[in-house]
Design a protein around this ligand. Structure first.
Ligand code: 5GP
Ligand code: ZN
Length: 112
């Protein structure tokens, strides 16, 4: 999508601090980190949020979770939280599917 911030990051039109990249997905550090480790993992194809995941595009979501498992191990982060906000009320501000990976500090539950 031409007006999507994360599609622009995928294309390289907007720079990002990359953690990992392959043909299906991209991981990069969040510009406004909420934990000592805070990166985002996104599919390279535009999916608006978890609410748009279906049988046709779900494989990339499974792949993203293998990437999260691999990258966190490489970074030495063994306890972390994976979050995806869906919709404005839940705090979604960029409407391209992304998984926050947060680690390196104590977390509270329930989340705010
Ligand atoms: P959401 O609020 O949709 O769950 O998460 C969007 C995330 O994208 C936020 O944590 C925000 O800090 C991050 N973000 C917004 N714009 C940029 C950007 O230009 N570069 C990077 N690296 N992160 C961004
Ligand atoms: Zn997009």
């Amino acid at each position: 999508m031409s007006d999507c911030l994360f599609c622009k990051i995928v294309k390289g039109d907007i720079p990002s601090n990359k953690v990992y990249e392959d043909e299906l997905c991209l991981a990069f550090y969040d510009i406004d980190p909420q934990a000592p480790t805070h990166f985002l993992v996104i599919p390279k194809t535009h999916i608006g949020s978890v609410s748009e995941v279906n049988e046709e595009n779900a494989a990339v979501v499974a792949h993203i979770f293998t990437v999260i498992a691999k990258v966190t191990k490489e970074l030495g982060v063994d306890s972390y939280r994976v979050v995806s906000n869906i919709g404005e009320q839940a705090g979604q501000s960029v409407f391209h599917l992304h998984f926050h990976v947060l680690g390196g500090r104590d977390m509270t539950w329930p989340p705010g």
